[in-house]
Design a protein around this ligand. Structure first.
Ligand code: CUA
Length: 377
């Protein structure tokens, strides 16, 4: 039977390109970070390697599948056909199909090793230096310690453009994987075995990082932001603001919030604020606290491990801080759309299984806590 086979092939010839086209359309949806639009030298070298391997793999795929399909059609069984000629033991053919894949695999190996060595030797642009950051993977949020600058942040990594960022990747629980798709590839964060990674961001902006290794029920909710400052001066301005102890609240509502924070059975069992229950960012007490340091919470762009935007303002790219001047979401007494208020009311509903297990707070308590925490800029 001749026709059905060709009719089927014709149908697939229409369906396959349609499937490819629709997957391309879906890939263009949303604003997910992509490795194909690198904004740093590490990601761009890795993207180069990706395209090189894709080209090699495509050549192999088309050649092998083309030959296979040709053979299936050309040499398919017909009535009364004799046994085909056997090629077992044909030295020429066997040498060709051993040497050809070896050449392709060697090309991929050479490209990979070349890229790996290149990535070890990146330097800062225009005389920029190196910045050391300890990245700690928690279940399920990221902590960023700047050991030489003596500050700690959570959920957002702040770096200057053109500087080489040298990270120690630390986990005290399970295996995570540190990944900023547009800036650097994935490296596992393994308990008891500190990994290291260096990278450099070459374009100012806000990028999204993620955890790329399944680490428990909220693995998908372990995102972070990366704020890349355009100049080193902008970075140091941000830095000196972060090095201060927390601001003392000025409004009575925020003062009430601070009392709730400090109160018995309050937030200090898990969270630290420098100037309230911590003497400094290096205070040894901080080691025993399982929640993020909140000293400058009001300046952060996201909360709860990137699940929610800190929508008490918009991010100012020059200062790296949240600009509260156009805040209309987290106003006292009008918190219906305030993400921090939603989080304080029901952290387990928003992120089931996370370590923030608290009693129910009243509207008045949430109102005061939002006023206090957002004042910590
Ligand atoms: Cu941490 Cu997945």
């Amino acid at each position: 039977m001749r026709t059905p086979l060709f009719r089927r092939m014709k149908r697939w010839a229409i369906i396959l390109p349609l499937m490819l086209l629709s997957s391309l359309l879906f890939a263009a949806c949303g604003n997910s970070p992509t490795i194909t639009e690198p904004k740093g030298i590490v990601a761009s070298q890795e993207a180069g390697l990706f395209w090189f391997i894709l080209v090699v793999a495509t050549i192999v795929f088309v050649a092998v599948e083309g030959w296979l399909i040709f053979s299936i059609v050309r040499y398919r069984e017909r009535p009364n056909m004799p046994q085909p000629r056997q090629i077992h033991g044909n030295n020429t053919v066997e040498i060709i199909w051993t040497v050809a894949p070896s050449i392709f695999l060697f090309a991929v190996l050479a490209g990979t090793i070349y890229t790996m060595f290149n990535l070890q030797n990146i330097s800062g642009t225009n005389g920029a230096g190196r910045l050391e950051v300890q990245v700690v993977g928690h279940q399920w949020w990221w902590e960023f310690d700047y050991p030489n600058e003596h500050i700690v942040t959570a959920d957002t990594l702040y770096i200057p453009k053109g500087w080489v960022i040298q990270t120690d990747l630390i986990s005290n629980n399970v295996i995570h994987s540190f990944w900023i798709p547009e800036i650097t590839g994935k490296t596992d964060v393994i308990p008891g075995h500190n990994n290291h990674q260096i990278f450099r961001a070459d374009q100012a902006g806000v990028y999204r990082g993620e955890c790329a290794e399944y680490c428990g029920t909220q693995h998908a909710h372990m995102d972070f932001n990366v704020v890349v400052f355009d100049t080193y001066g902008e970075y140091t301005t941000w830095l000196s603001a972060q090095q201060h102890a927390a601001q003392t609240p000025t409004s009575s509502l925020a003062l009430q919030g601070q009392q709730i924070f400090k109160g018995a059975g309050g937030c200090t069992a898990c969270h630290g604020i420098v100037g309230v229950n911590l003497k400094s960012f290096d205070d040894p007490t901080a080691k025993g606290l399982i929640g993020p340091n909140l000293t400058h919470f009001g300046s952060r762009t996201v909360l709860a491990g990137g699940v929610l935007d800190n929508n008490a303002g918009t991010i100012n790219l020059t200062t790296g801080l949240l600009d509260h001047s156009n805040n209309n979401q987290c106003q006292p007494g009008n918190l219906a759309n305030c993400n921090l208020a939603k989080w304080l009311h029901d952290p387990q509903g928003i992120k089931p299984g996370n370590d923030m297990v608290i009693g129910t707070l009243t509207d008045a308590q949430v109102n005061a806590l939002v006023a206090y925490l957002e004042s910590l800029q």
